[in-house]
Design a protein around this ligand. Structure first.
Ligand code: FAD
Length: 278
């Protein structure tokens, strides 16, 4: 139908981004193609060491899934998105396709080995998430192409992650967010993936911060250096959520906490977290 209706048609998933944009007249599609009528597009299933999400899987279903407990950072993300009403309607496929710089999913999923499967009249293709989002609100999707599955590799044993955001209140986007995935080996950090959310046009990979931790014992000194490097990597815009400096300070506080939680989870500890609300 998207192919038949042409570029003026838009897919409608949970409507939690598209409908507000239409109300504000920022989006004015001539046609809406409602994905809610397509069968078997909402699921969470394990395929070996990959957790597969149907595009229409709601944030709330992910929050409450036992399968997702294998990847705690994914639970952190789903459970903290907005409020219950938004989580009951909004979908993981819609979020990834929207590529909102303030959205929670991309920042989280980029710390993992995540692939996006897409389908169009020309067939299927599967891309790493890194290659799927190209800019703020921009992906490689063609107008007649849909996200058909999100595939997340379960991190190896001794790996732990954490996603934390600072929000002014529940039903708003984060002011700043961090996602950390650490692989530990006898007190040493074998590998680290660190992404910062809401402080750039797309999630910012804090590569210098990762390098400070990789191959090192997780000492207070190393953590402080990593946090400094992450602060320098953040490139926030001042807006109603705070000044650029304020957001950089949020990154510092969030990252310290997230590294602590991720390393404890990597050791097998069960740690529950929730976002920080003003
Ligand atoms: C009050 C409020 C607060 C919110 N707070 C947060 C928050 O804190 N964190 C957060 O991450 N999000 C937040 N959101 C957004 C929410 O998570 C949305 O669910 C999400 O951004 C979009 O998902 P959706 O299913 O609603 O997509 P829709 O709004 O239906 O669609 C969004 C876009 O994606 C396209 N699309 C949808 N599905 C597909 C698909 N399968 N393939 C290709 N294109 C597709 C649509 O055409 C549209 O362009 C908030 C929303 C509201 C209303």
């Amino acid at each position: 139908m998207l192919g038949q209706l042409g570029g003026e048609a838009r897919a409608l998933a949970g409507g939690q981004s598209l409908i507000p944009l239409m109300k504000l007249r920022f989006a004015n599609p001539a046609h809406l193609v409602d994905l809610n009528f397509i069968k078997d597009t909402s699921y969470i299933r394990a395929e070996g060491d990959v957790v597969c999400f149907g595009p229409m899987t709601r944030h709330a279903e992910i929050e409450n899934s036992d399968v997702v407990m294998r990847v705690p950072i994914v639970h952190d993300c789903a459970a903290g998105i907005a409020d219950v009403q938004v989580r009951n309607r909004g979908t993981i496929g819609g979020s990834v396709a929207e590529a909102d710089p303030s959205g929670d999913w991309a920042t989280t999923l980029l710390t993992l080995d995540t692939e996006v499967r897409c389908v169009s009249p020309r067939g299927e293709r599967t891309l790493p998430l890194q290659n799927f989002i190209t800019d703020a609100y921009t992906t490689v999707l063609a107008p007649d192409e849909l996200v058909s599955e999100i595939r997340v590799k379960v991190p190896s044993k001794n790996s732990g992650g954490c996603y934390l955001a600072f929000k002014r209140c529940a039903p708003v986007y984060a002011s700043a967010a961090v996602a950390v995935q650490l692989s530990m080996d006898d007190g040493h950090c074998r590998d680290a993936a660190i992404y910062l959310g809401c402080v750039g046009l797309t999630p910012v990979r804090a590569t210098a911060a990762e390098a400070e931790l990789r191959g090192q014992p997780l000492s207070p000194d190393k953590i402080a250096k990593a946090v400094d490097a992450a602060r320098a990597a953040a490139d926030p815009q001042p807006d109603m959520r705070g000044s650029a400096d304020y957001k950089r300070s949020l990154v510092v506080g969030l990252l310290k906490r997230a590294i602590d939680v991720a390393s404890r989870r990597a050791r097998g500890e069960r740690v529950e977290v929730s976002h920080i609300y003003a």
